[in-house]
Ligand binder design. Sequence first.
Ligand SMILES: Nc1ncnc2c1ncn2[C@@H]1O[C@H](COP(=O)(O)OP(=O)(O)O)[C@@H](O)[C@H]1O
Ligand SMILES: [Mg+2]
Length: 362
Amino acid sequence: MSEPTADSLRQALAAIKDPASGRDIVAAGLVEGVQVKAGLVQVSLLTDRAHAQAMEPVRREAERVLAGQPGVQNATVVLTAHKAPPAPAATAADGKPKLLPDVKAIVAVASGKGGVGKSTVAVNLAVALARQGLKVGLLDADIYGPSLPRMLGLNRKPEVQGDRMIPLEAWGLKAMSIGFLVDADTPMIWRGPMVMGALEQMMGQVNWGPLDIMIVDMPPGTGDAQLTMAQRVALAGAVIVSTPQDIALIDARRGVKMFERTRVPVLGLVENMSYFCCPNCNHRAEIFGHGGARKEAEAMGSEFLGEIPLVLDIRQAGDAGTPIVAAAPDSAPAQAFAKVAARLWDKVGGGATAAGPRIVIS
Ligand SMILES: Nc1ncnc2c1ncn2[C@@H]1O[C@H](COP(=O)(O)OP(=O)(O)O)[C@@H](O)[C@H]1O
Ligand SMILES: [Mg+2]
């Protein structure tokens, strides 16, 4: 039997509709790289992370159609993502230079809703990175509900040098929070523009010095702070925290969408309060049906960075101002944070840390 041609296969694929545009997938420009060799066919379908899930039935249908063509023994169709978003520009759209040029990687820790453990994850990741020998900054972008003073056990006011504030230091990292400047009982009656002002000041008028990585604890939701971060700094990307409950995952998706709209890459998902570890018998109970974030990450085409158990020690350590990664670095929960931190550092192109082997390629 004669070998099918790329053209004839494209024609066959034109019978399939692209759910997003309503056109056929060939006319919509989704079919890329049709390869045929000895009856084996390979085709790429172009998609983006946001539509990967919706494209899965299309992918399967394409395989079915191709496999039914004369001369085809086996057909493989893969979804390929659009080219990576362009590297963050050095200047914002308004021409203002981007803040924090001396920070190698700025990572926002975000979620769609509050109470999922965003601050807990941000703080422990930051401490874990600092313990690996990196120069780490931790910025509390939650102007309305700052958590860093409590979680780091800091209640001093930062010193001022000239027109700049000196960040506070704890657990091997530098930290700044509106909570260091404003008394805990002062009502946060700030409005959007002031949020942007305060956030910009905490980036531009603080003596952070050169840093390997800055972790930003974002407020919940998709408001002004997210926009400010996306516009005013060159974000390496966002880490989305979610709990296993479906509802939280729907919110996580919202968080992902927000960053995608602003062209900030989503570095991955972390599942917090993933399973409950009984402190008495070490029994692992998957209260909320664990694993949702991993599936969700796969469906959205982003990476699953790891899972953090629900353990009393994490909350108690956080409340006491001694993050568990610092208080009990060898404990299982601290190790879980360290693993996510290592994966994150890898994701931002960090490579080997001072603790690990340094590989020099010349
Ligand atoms: N893995 C966990 N195990 C136990 N308690 C946790 C865990 N993650 C967060 N918590 C607790 O849940 C509460 C909310 O966490 P927090 O980090 O403040 O959430 P967010 O910043 O998303 O609002 C805090 O009391 C925190 O100590
Ligand atoms: Mg918080």
